[in-house]
Design a binder for this molecule. Structure first.
Ligand code: MG
Length: 301
């Protein structure tokens, strides 16, 4: 039997009315030290996520509900996403790299340094419609031996980067963060949202035609704990991991509602065959709930 808890959708603004779903949240697994990085694999009917301090990736099978170890050790992997070919792109604290799991199961390094200096500990990634990979590089994985290997920063700062579609060219696209963390594009890829978990901020950038970024204003400051992972739904609403659950923000930055979760949330993703099921990584647990919003679908040519 799966444990369930009552679902509380807290409405803070009329714009959140109608956003709801199941009456109960399912706790699909509860044996992690720090759950992170959920990625839904449509073709495999599975959800893969990280349990960072245990240096393992876990996999939940949607068809049976079984959970097993997907990879261990896994380079203290944190965030994951899929590229256009359905391959898993992973941010690894231990390897201090962004890697790709190929269709044959081998793991390839896509990037591990900038100007000859090793990254700190890539945290979370998104893939742009052109195939470029955008990721954040805070220092959580080198701050201690808990989530990686303690080390000094070689780069000397925590920035945001883009890897070109061919995987050859690395560009620093944003600086001025303390701990850049979750990131997500708007459906039209005209905006990029990036959280700074040390400052509890959500910032918004304009994506220029040449894929440089402009702006970077603080759109919201977290009112409970801090922001971590972030995803958008089909209405452009921003769903952000926070200390008391998921915070839902209007594109203008207003906190319009929350889905309360009993543990500190690190990350989330939309999944399921119809992209209307939230998967929530929260401290020890993987939670799930079907909702009546769906993932933002990129408007790609
Ligand atoms: Mg994160």
């Amino acid at each position: 039997m799966i444990e369930t808890i009552p679902a509380t959708f807290e409405v803070l603004d009329d714009r959140f009315r109608g956003v709801g779903g199941d009456f109960r949240i399912e706790r699909l697994h509860a044996d992690c030290r720090w759950a992170e990085g959920p990625v839904y694999l449509p073709a495999a009917r599975s959800l893969v996520w990280s349990d960072i301090p245990n240096d393992r990736m876990l996999r939940w099978d949607e068809t049976t509900g079984a959970v097993g170890v997907f990879r261990h050790p896994c380079g203290y992997a944190n965030g994951h996403t899929l590229d256009a070919e359905g391959r898993i792109i992973s941010c690894e604290h231990g390897g201090r790299r962004v890697s790709r799991t190929e269709h044959d199961g081998s793991v390839t390094t896509i990037a591990d340094r900038c100007d000859g200096k090793r990254f700190n500990s890539p945290n979370d990634a998104v893939v742009h419609g052109d195939g470029s990979i955008w990721f954040t590089d805070p220092a959580y994985g080198i701050d201690s031996d808990y989530e990686g290997y303690r080390a000094d920063s070689e780069i000397g700062g925590c920035h945001v980067y883009r890897i070109d579609p061919a995987g050859r060219q690395l560009t620093r696209v944003a600086a001025g963060f303390d701990r850049p963390n979750g990131l997500a594009f708007s459906a039209d890829e005209q905006r990029l949202y990036i959280t700074d978990s040390a400052r509890r901020q959500l910032r918004v950038f304009t994506v220029n035609g040449d894929l440089t970024l402009a702006g970077g204003d603080v759109l919201a400051t977290c009112t409970a704990g801090t922001f971590d992972g972030v995803r958008l739904d089909h209405g452009g609403r921003i769903w952000a991991a926070a200390g008391d659950g998921l915070h839902c923000l209007d594109p203008d930055g207003t906190l319009i509602g929350k889905l309360l979760v009993p543990e500190t949330v690190a990350n989330l993703t939309f999944g399921g065959p119809r992209r209307n099921r939230l998967f929530i990584c929260a401290t020890s647990s993987l939670y799930s709930i079907m909702v009546n919003v769906t993932a933002a679908v990129p408007a790609r040519p």
